[in-house]
Design a binder for this molecule. Structure first.
Ligand SMILES: Cc1cc2nc3c(=O)[nH]c(=O)nc-3n(C[C@H](O)[C@H](O)[C@H](O)COP(=O)(O)OP(=O)(O)OC[C@H]3O[C@@H](n4cnc5c(N)ncnc54)[C@H](O)[C@@H]3O)c2cc1C
Length: 334
């Protein structure tokens, strides 16, 4: 096994033949690896959680590769909120500042690509990308996020993250006291109405088909003067993502400025599934406090395994980075 010292590459000059110990040559030859493709930590996903993990590892002088396909879940949102020092900043700008700061650490490399597969090897993992590159790593961090599965309602996709929103802490303040629609049913609908009533009292609940509300829930919502509409939704009328009306299948419509909904989600990457990782009932990766998944040496951070917010992604990413480093130290300091 390699020691940490042997892996620290302080500059591209250090990649020279002299910097590589003999045993590494034989190992890379045996395993058909190239030294430049060997990493101590490989992070799949280079958005907030991946960059945060990368920063902790860069500062721990680890040789790190971050592979990213640049499809963060909030890419259509004009401004991100509720993250300290960056309230109201464009989502891409937050990531760009982080990346610029990380680029100063010369043990960190970036690759724009899609990680297609990972297999367990004696060394750790072998990761293959869509462009045919193969990388080897001792530890693998999944910072791959979630994908929102938006219902096929015309106008919804175009307005997602602009005026069709999932989280009031992220975007609710911008629609304070506006006519607000909620698309949800049953106890989820009641929960969402209760939460959103903090931001607006003008709420209509669209169940988009027959209601599954209980009699008690109906009474509660009626007492709170929440209109309940069971007619199927035909489309959302909008201009550049700013909603003006919910159009219904019976030809009627309802004016509103914001729509809340919680679409189902799926893991952005199926690599952990294929590696045999376990998931929670909500479809998140099961992780220990250290962010270690149920697969040895496979860690996870960000939306794929925790509460959904930029702050949480940054926190869990940073934690994953330091825990991976601690685990590498444990293996070396014997
Ligand atoms: C519409 C919307 C608006 C939001 N607004 C806010 C807000 O205002 N404030 C807030 O705090 N939170 C907001 N959130 C939540 C916030 O965006 C997420 O919590 C955060 O982006 C999670 O970061 P992440 O790094 O875990 O995942 P993501 O930011 O989703 O990034 C995952 C990255 O992994 C990459 N990736 C995935 N699979 C692979 C692969 N196989 N190979 C290579 N790369 C891969 C993706 O391309 C992507 O770049 C919003 C979410 C949505 C959906």
């Amino acid at each position: 096994m390699f020691t940490r010292k042997q892996f620290i590459v302080k500059s591209s000059a250090a990649l020279s033949v002299l910097a590589i110990p003999n045993f590494l040559f034989s190992l890379t030859k045996d395993l058909n690896m190239k030294e430049k493709d060997l990493f101590e930590v490989l992070i799949i996903g280079g958005s907030y959680s991946g960059l945060s993990a990368g920063l902790a590892l860069a500062r721990a002088r680890r040789k790190v590769l971050i592979i990213d396909s640049n499809q963060p879940c909030n890419r259509q949102t004009p401004y991100s909120h509720n993250f300290l020092t960056q309230d109201g900043t464009k989502p891409a700008e937050i990531a760009s500042i982080a990346k610029t700061q990380l680029e100063k650490y010369d043990t960190v490399q970036f690759k724009d690509d899609v990680a297609d597969s990972a297999t367990v090897t004696d060394y750790g993992f072998e990761v293959k990308t869509q462009t045919g590159k193969i990388f080897y790593t001792k530890k693998l961090i999944m910072a791959t996020g979630l994908r929102d599965l938006l219902p096929a309602i015309p106008g919804l996709k175009e307005s997602w993250g602009i005026s069709v929103i999932h989280c009031p802490y992220c975007h609710g303040y911008e629609f304070n006291d506006q006519a607000t629609s909620i698309i949800a049913n049953g106890s989820t609908g009641v929960g969402l109405v209760k939460l959103i009533s903090n931001w607006s009292k003008q709420i209509t609940l669209f169940t988009d088909g027959p209601s599954t509300l209980t009699a008690d829930e109906m009474v509660l919502l009626q007492r709170k003067r929440i209109e309940i509409v069971e007619t199927k939704i035909q489309a959302l009328e909008h201009q550049n993502g700013m909603i003006s009306r919910v159009l219904l299948s019976d030809g009627s419509s309802k004016d509103c400025r914001a729509v809340y909904m919680r679409p189902p989600v799926e893991q952005h990457s199926d690599i952990p599934l294929r590696l045999g990782a376990e998931f929670t009932a909500q479809g998140l990766l099961k992780v220990a406090e250290s962010r270690l998944t149920t697969v040895p040496n496979l860690y996870a951070c960000g939306d794929n395994s925790s509460h959904r917010s930029v702050a949480s992604a940054v926190f869990t990413g940073s934690l994953a980075g330091s825990m991976v480093n601690a685990s590498l130290i444990d293996a070396e300091f014997i």
